[in-house]
Design a protein around this ligand. Structure first.
Ligand code: DON
Length: 587
């Protein structure tokens, strides 16, 4: 089968003039040479009109921010920068960034919204009861650790399709930073080593994780020569190399006799362009993730229900006990609906329009009251009868000065995915099968975000597991006004909701909105409010919530939000202080 190659520059661009605008001091010396050097001979085309006075990124680590900066300096647009960031994160954030995972990209390009679903799919050999023993019980760890947890990866086709459709630079150019980091190494952040140490125990004796990652030491340079070769093949042969070429052979070999993903599954995999969900809210147009994400539906439901409860919220102090109580009741309804009605849109006709209907949401909001006793009346799904998730995932946001934006969330599902590395290719494989409900009707399923298992999200060959990833863009007057997203499993939508309401309902500057306390509640367990180590719920507030009937539980993580706000013409990027991200304006 021929492998596509793509070396010729498309849609010629004002490469050199823009590159000149970037001050030399803002370029990382490491990559300046490899990206900026070979300016293609360009036809004279009209210069696109600048909409903003700068480009900007909010990135989960400095390496991906540097990669984006290099690409923008080379004349790339937000999509080129995004693809370069995604490949860079596959090298510098092996816990979450990936070639062997999947994700979602929400885009606004040349004045139009797009959504790219590059979610993993269940392999053809997958069956509904594949994670149950002969007594019908879930086999612990089978859907999350090792070969059998792996679903067909979507990331490389996603990046390929996005860059082919909208990129301005050569495919090879956008992979160059990642190849360089894999070849020359990057400095390991202490947190990455801690995560590696904590996770390695789960994989010990079960996968080849240690053979690849035991040498990763905080502060030291970490090189990944096999990964560099894989990226180089993908760079020269195109994105389909991953599915049709040597990388596909190595992946299928790794699975053979242990897991379910075959060469046939890889050949069949295609990322899908879908219509983003859209909603009007507070004078903005929200563009967000449709199914197979539950996140966009949930985010819009939360925003609209809160707006519908304006009177009840009026005068309440942000994150006071009565405020948290109202938000928790909204979250009950959102998660009940998630469980009942959401799954892969290619498997079922989902009632998304009904779930987002204004009349439905105001009726749901009208059930909410300050007097409700938490957990006393289990919330049922609203259209007739929806569970926790794990780390790790990562998100970045980009805008370019021409007004294009990319909001991208990508995941291996659990930290370092399944722990299985493709021998000879040097990249980790996901455990996305764990996002399915492995036993229909059972409580505490990770794939159902901790509530009871939902039928729509059971395992089926070719099906995409329901996700919570919610890459989101807000437009005002058809111009990008906010680009936002985060990792965090089922906390993703509740985190984005909180940052957005802090920004717009409480007029907080972006940095303050990110630093503000975040909490999480979902329909199960019915009385639990989760708090985070960054801003724990303690003292008087804890006592007041307990008095209302809530049980407080600490969780290790509440997101790593990367966002860019544009109120006027200058983008204001902001990285979550909970992580090691970087917000950078690029001129
Ligand atoms: O798609 C999903 O919803 C999950 N695989 C995301 C997991 C996640 O965000 C964990 N992050 N910290």
């Amino acid at each position: 089968m021929p492998i596509l190659t793509h070396d010729a520059p498309r849609a010629p661009f004002a490469f050199t003039s823009f590159a000149r605008m970037v001050t030399a001091s803002t370029l990382s010396a490491t990559f300046a040479a490899c990206i900026v050097a070979p300016a293609p001979a360009l036809a004279r085309t009209p210069q696109p009109k600048a909409v903003f006075d700068a480009s900007a990124v909010a990135a989960p680590d400095r390496y991906s921010a540097d990669a984006a900066q290099q690409i923008i300096a080379a004349g790339g647009n937000a999509v080129d920068a995004a693809v370069a960031m995604a490949f860079t994160l596959a090298v510098t954030r092996p816990d979450a960034g990936n070639l062997g995972g999947g994700g979602f990209m929400t885009l606004f390009v040349d004045g139009k919204p797009y959504f790219l679903d590059y979610r993993e799919r269940a392999p053809q050999q997958a069956t509904r009861d594949m994670y149950l023993d002969d007594k019908g019980n879930v086999v612990p760890g089978m859907s999350s650790i090792g070969h059998r947890a792996v679903a067909v990866p979507g990331s490389v086709d996603g990046m390929w399709q996005a860059q082919q459709r909208f990129g301005k630079l050569k495919w090879k150019q956008v992979l160059a930073p990642a190849i360089r980091y894999a070849t020359e190494g990057f400095q390991v952040d202490p947190r990455l080593q801690q995560q590696r140490d904590a996770t390695a125990k789960n994989f010990a004796g079960k996968t080849n994780f240690d053979a690849y990652f035991s040498s990763m030491k905080a502060g030291a340079s970490y090189r990944q020569p096999e990964l560099a070769q894989t990226l180089t093949r993908i760079a020269s042969d195109g994105g389909r190399e991953f599915y049709e070429g040597r990388t596909a052979d190595l992946l299928a070999q790794q699975m053979y006799g242990h897991g379910f993903v075959t060469k046939g599954d890889l050949l069949q995999y295609k990322a899908v362009w879908r219509q983003p969900l859209t909603a009007n809210w507070d004078g903005y147009q929200v563009l967000t993730a449709p199914p197979p994400s539950s996140g966009g539906v949930g985010l819009i439901q939360m925003l609209k229900m809160k707006a519908g409860l304006k009177q009840a919220f009026d005068g309440l102090e942000l994150n006071s006990a009565p405020y948290i109580h109202l938000v928790a009741q909204i979250e009950d309804r959102v998660f009940a609906d998630r469980q009942q009605y959401l799954g892969d849109p290619d498997s079922y006709k989902l009632p998304v329009d009904k779930l987002l209907d204004d009349a439905y949401l105001s009726q749901r909001a009208s059930e909410i009251s300050a007097d409700e006793v938490p957990g006393a009346t289990p919330v049922k799904a609203g259209l007739g009868d929806a569970a926790p998730e794990k780390a790790q995932t990562t998100h970045f946001s980009v805008v370019d000065k021409w007004g294009n934006a990319v909001s991208n969330t990508t995941t291996l599902d659990g930290e370092f995915g399944s722990g299985v590395v493709v021998d000879g290719a040097g990249f980790l494989l996901n455990d996305a099968m764990d996002d399915f409900v492995t036993k229909a009707g059972a409580a505490g399923q990770s794939g159902a975000a901790g509530a009871t298992g939902a039928e729509l999200n059971t395992v089926l060959a070719g099906r995409r597991p329901l996700s919570s990833m919610t890459p989101t863009i807000l437009l005002k007057d058809n111009k990008v006004s906010l680009v936002i997203g985060t990792p965090g499993g089922s906390r993703i939508l509740t985190s984005i909701f909180q940052v957005m309401t802090d920004l717009y309902d409480f007029n907080m500057p972006p940095g303050d909105a990110l630093a503000a306390m975040r909490f999480h509640h979902q329909s199960l367990p019915p009385k639990t409010i989760y708090f985070e180590p960054y801003r724990p719920i303690t003292g008087e507030l804890a006592a007041q919530l307990q008095e209302l009937g809530y049980v407080l539980d600490g969780q290790s993580f509440n997101g790593d939000v990367q966002m860019i706000r544009i109120d006027g013409t200058t983008p204001e990027p902001a990285a979550d202080p909970r992580g090691i991200g970087v917000g950078r304006v690029i001129r």
